[in-house]
Design a binder for this molecule. Sequence first.
Ligand code: NDP
Length: 290
Amino acid sequence: MIETKPIDGKAFAANLRARIAEQVADLVRTRGVTPGLAVVLVGEDPASQVYVRNKAAQTLEAGMASFEHKLPADTAEADLLALVARLNADPAVNGILVQLPLPGHIDSTKVLAAIEPAKDVDGFHVVNAGRLAVGLDALVPCTPLGCVMLLKHHLGNLSGLKAVVVGRSNIVGKPAAQLLLKEDCTVTIAHSRTRDLPGECRQADILVAAVGRPEMVRGDWIKPGATVIDVGINRVPKEDGKTRLVGDVAYGEAQGIAGLITPVPGGVGPMTIACLLQNTLTATRRQNGL
Ligand code: NDP
């Protein structure tokens, strides 16, 4: 029987944030440059409010400047685009993040396209997606960046490993696959139309689940000894009427089969904001020619 070890994303992210804070302090001391992150929230979506609050708190803890812009839900698209243009031109702002989802009357593709690619710390702009696809330096979406950091830390060289990414969103699945390809993995991207999804998953040395379906990936879909990265965050009801968080992988069933697995919560989740700070630091350095 394999001993399945959990990957402690919370501890790794705390360590990464501490290293980023040291580098920020160094940048302030030696160059007089304080990285600045602007976060724009439109409307009152409760989950988005929590994310934005956490992002601002961790930005300040890292020694960066945080600029929060909270706009009412009925903000006109033109007014949001005007704010993005002001942030693009503001030298104190090195990174811009527009919290998704945006209210229905605003075209999020148009808004994301308006962000200056050099300040696009979410990595969603087509210029950054394209640069990643052709192997140039890019600002890379935070969650997949965090997944690959965890993989490299625990497995070392990923070259030649067979990776299966379940999910093909622009935010997680596609950039995760691109990053794994960059690490010389042999990559398969699976999705809702994939034939024999369990069979595809069983081939994987590295299995990344980014689907948004509670515990869809069963224990017998996992190759013995594989490393499983569970990106899913799903809230499911408990018997007492409350809710709990589960991933896209049946965590209990994976025990004794997977070699390493990220738990939910405490695995990939904490890496996302840490990588946002990393991207803000990277963007600041590049904007200052460092
Ligand atoms: P999307 O809904 O944008 O994409 C889901 C993907 O899963 C799609 O490509 C879809 O395929 C595929 N899919 C859906 N059902 C099936 C199925 N039955 N079999 C195979 N594939 C399927 O989600 P996201 O990529 O944005 O997010 C995925 C999960 O990750 C969610 O749980 C989300 O909450 C979580 N997440 C976590 C983050 C974190 O910080 N840890 C950050 C971002 C997301 P198709 O394209 O064919 O429809």
